[in-house]
Write a protein that binds this ligand. Structure first.
Ligand code: AMP
Length: 215
């Protein structure tokens, strides 16, 4: 977890290769549905996502249950962008207990707000596979083209200043209590998210600790 633009998607995408478990990003799932013309889910969630608000918990609960019940998630998964409210924490607990699983670690990336705005305004995302780039710190090899799948890079419509401000407020009001809940359970690890992608990755690996080494 961590505020918008902190680097969750970039890190989770790399971590999925390292750990051999899928990166489950609720934001990517919602954007894929919104990009799919005529998708009922896409139409239901569009106004929430475009304003920087949160999609209702019940809808997110159905979506995450369906995703985590798939075969590729049996050995574990990296959640990115879920849970974002206390209600979603209890929804996740219910889904995981049905599957005989539990949260091993909650890694929370932290960076100053000014850095968030810089990162979000330079962020470019692949409209097809969801890979994330940055105009300055992680430019694609060919400008405007995804290194991973060759499709066009786009700026997310919710990466404009007014919406960014709303997303940061929503994070403070609704998602920081989630961090408090996981801190109380003893699974929260706070990680400095500033600096180079590789440095943050090394800190995350240290934060994962024995979970990575577990066979
Ligand atoms: P993200 O890519 O994680 O920044 O998510 C983009 C947008 O999708 C958010 O601003 C929300 O509108 C919506 N969204 C993603 N995950 C959730 C969630 N767990 N609960 C509610 N809304 C979500």
């Amino acid at each position: 977890m961590g505020p918008p633009g902190v680097g969750k998607g970039t890190q989770a995408e790399q971590m999925q290769q390292q750990l051999g478990v899928p990166h489950v990003s609720t934001g990517n799932i919602l954007r894929a549905a919104m990009g799919d013309v005529g998708s009922p889910l896409g139409e239901k969630v569009r106004r929430f996502v475009e304003s920087g608000g949160l999609v209702p918990d019940a809808l997110m609960g159905d979506l995450i249950a369906e995703r985590l019940e798939r075969n590729d998630a049996k050995a574990g998964f990296i959640l990115d962008g879920f849970p974002r409210t206390l209600e979603q924490v209890s929804i996740l607990e219910d889904v995981l207990s049905r599957l005989g699983l539990a949260v091993d670690r909650v890694l929370m990336l932290v960076v100053p707000d000014a850095e968030i705005v810089r990162r979000l305004s330079g962020r470019r995302t692949c409209g097809s596979c969801g890979a994330v780039f940055h105009l300055e710190s992680r430019p694609p090899v060919v400008p405007g083209v995804c290194d991973v799948c060759g499709e066009a890079l786009v700026q997310r419509p919710d990466d404009n200043e007014a919406v960014i401000r709303n997303r940061l407020k929503v994070y403070t009001d609704q998602t920081l209590p989630v961090a408090d809940a996981y801190r109380a359970k003893g699974v929260l690890v706070e990680i400095d998210g500033s600096g180079e992608v590789e440095d943050v990755r090394a800190r995350l690996n240290a934060g994962l600790g024995r979970v990575v080494g577990r066979s």
